[in-house]
Design a protein around this ligand. Structure first.
Ligand SMILES: [Ca+2]
Length: 256
C-alpha cells in the first residue's frame, strides 16, 4: 500500500514535469499579448500572429553574435579548460583553436553556420538582423560548413563529408537535387531553426526541403540541451522560437 502510494506520487510528479516541459504557449508569459490570435489562427494567419510575437529582437552585431555563440552558448567547461562541440561533425574544439569564454575561435577550424544561407536571405528585411540572429546560428567544423555551402537540407543517398563522418552530401532521396544531411541529433534543431527563420523574416522554405524538415522535427524532438540553448538566446536577444516552446505549432501551418 505504501509502495503504491509512493508510486502514484512519483507518477503525478512525472506527469507534472512532462506537462511543464511541454507547456504550450499559454504557459509562457512572453506570448501573452499575441496569445488570442496565436490560439485562434492557423496557416498564413498563424504565421502573421507568430511574426508579431517574435519580430522585436535586439539586433546584435555579427561580432557580438559570434562571441555569444562560441564563447557562451555552446561553451562547455571540462576540468580547467573549455570546449565547443560542432553540430555537423560532432567533434570537440578546444583552446588550441582559440575556444574560450567570450572568444571567437580560428574560423579556418571552427566557424559560424548560417542554417538559412546568407545567399538566400530576404532582401526586403534587415540583412544584419538575419546575419546575427542566434536562433539559426550554430558552431560547425569549417570544412563541413564549406561543404554544405548554400545547398538545401535533406536525406541523401551520398557520401560522408571529407574529414567528417557524421554528415553526408549527395543526391536527395526524393528528387535527386544536391543536398546536405546533418547528424540525427541536429536534424530537429535545424528544422525548428528554419521554421523560425521562415516566419521571422517572411521567406518561404522550398517544398523539397520542407518535406524533410517536417520529418526531422518529429524524429528529433526538443530535448533539454536545445531548451537550455533557447533560454540563453532569449536572454541575449530577447525573442523566442515558438516551435521550440510548442512543437505542435508546425502542424497548424500547412506551408512554410
Ligand atoms: Ca536534437
Amino acid at each position: 500500500m505504501k509502495n503504491l502510494a509512493k508510486r502514484a506520487g512519483l507518477l503525478t510528479i512525472t506527469l507534472f514535469l512532462c506537462a511543464s516541459a511541454w507547456a504550450d504557449l499559454a504557459q509562457v508569459p512572453y506570448y501573452a499579448q499575441h496569445l488570442p490570435s496565436i490560439q485562434k489562427e492557423s496557416g498564413e494567419a498563424l504565421k502573421d500572429a507568430l511574426y508579431g510575437s517574435i519580430k522585436g529582437q535586439t539586433i546584435l552585431s555579427y561580432k557580438q553574435a559570434r562571441r555569444h555563440l562560441f564563447g557562451e552558448i555552446y561553451l562547455e567547461k571540462v576540468g580547467n579548460s573549455y570546449k565547443v562541440t560542432d553540430v555537423y561533425c560532432e567533434e570537440d574544439f578546444t583552446s588550441s583553436v582559440g575556444v574560450g569564454p567570450g572568444r571567437i575561435p580560428n574560423p579556418n577550424e571552427l566557424n559560424c553556420e548560417h542554417s538559412w544561407p546568407q545567399s538566400r536571405f530576404n532582401g526586403r528585411q534587415s540583412r544584419s538582423a538575419q546575419k546575427s540572429d542566434l536562433h539559426h546560428l550554430f558552431p560547425t567544423k569549417s570544412v563541413a560548413n564549406s561543404t554544405r555551402g548554400n545547398i538545401l537540407f535533406g536525406e541523401v543517398d551520398g557520401d560522408a563529408v571529407r574529414d567528417c563522418v557524421a554528415s553526408k552530401r549527395g543526391d536527395d532521396i526524393y528528387d535527386n537535387h544536391d543536398a546536405f544531411e546533418p547528424p540525427k541529433e541536429h536534424k530537429g534543431n535545424v528544422a525548428r531553426a528554419l521554421f523560425y527563420f521562415s516566419v521571422r523574416y517572411k521567406i518561404a522554405i522550398p517544398d523539397e526541403e520542407e518535406v524533410h524538415l517536417r520529418r526531422w522535427h518529429e524524429l528529433d524532438p526538443v530535448d533539454s540541451d536545445e531548451r537550455s540553448r533557447h533560454e540563453k538566446i532569449y536572454k541575449i536577444q530577447g525573442n523566442r522560437n515558438p516551435f521550440i516552446d510548442d512543437p505542435d505549432l508546425a502542424d497548424r501551418i500547412t506551408n512554410f
